[in-house]
Design a protein around this ligand. Structure first.
Ligand code: PRP
Length: 203
């Protein structure tokens, strides 16, 4: 049996749809339940940022998680496949009426993604003061907490509704199938069978 960690929300729904196509039967979490048992699989519903921990510690053999989360956490997991769902970008946003002044001694950036942000600005040799937030990032530059933000953009409507303009795209992200390095040895056949099935469905 394989245990598969899925991030709550749209990626979980899209991933379960892929499984429904493969096995031609419904895969649905009952109301508020966090574990879904089927014949050959056990699905776990976890927060997106927690998927790498479940897979790294082998509480799950396999996981589905955004590339942005993988890059932010730099977890030691095997990347198997880009599922092509949950596409989004990591962008720098600045309030429309303001310009980002790169000559400032330090730019204040609010973000959930500290590592991605630090790496990006240090590659450009731009000094930044990173303010770590856990959500509603778009609010920060509107009330003087930060000069700019680094955040995920999917449809772009959250930034637009809050008068924030995208000034740079740092990276692109989509949901990836990852697995635990030990599981990849001990359950290699099951994992490769799953990989092949999914690949047939999505390509
Ligand atoms: C993410 C992200 C943006 C929003 C982008 O937030 O941080 O706020 O989605 O989506 P859009 O481009 O389609 O508008 P999330 O919904 O995860 O909530 P959070 O602010 O609580 O992190």
């Amino acid at each position: 049996m394989l245990t598969i960690a899925l991030p709550k929300g749209r990626i979980a729904e899209d991933t379960l749809k892929i499984f429904e196509k493969i096995f031609e039967k419904p895969f649905v979490f009952d109301d508020r339940k966090l574990i879904l048992h089927t014949d050959d699989f056990r699905f776990l519903l976890v927060r997106s940022q927690d998927v790498p921990a479940y897979v790294l510690h082998q509480a799950a053999d396999v996981g589905v998680v955004g590339l942005d989360v993988l890059e932010e956490q730099e977890s030691n997991l095997t990347r198997l496949l880009d599922l092509g769902v949950g596409r989004c970008r990591v962008c720098i946003g600045v309030p429309k009426n303001k310009k980002l002044d790169f000559s400032l001694p330090e730019i204040k950036i609010a973000t959930k993604m500290e590592n991605i942000t630090r790496k990006y600005f240090s590659s450009k040799a731009i000094p930044v003061n990173i303010i770590k937030l856990y959500g509603s990032i778009e609010l920060a530059p509107l009330v003087g907490l930060a000069d700019a933000i680094v955040d995920l953009v999917e449809t772009g409507s959250t930034m637009k509704q809050n008068g924030i303009e995208i000034v740079e795209t740092i990276s692109h992200s989509s949901a990836h199938l990852v697995c635990n390095k030990n599981s990849f040895i001990t359950k290699k056949e099951e994992i490769l069978a799953l990989y092949t099935h999914i690949k047939e469905i999505i390509y």
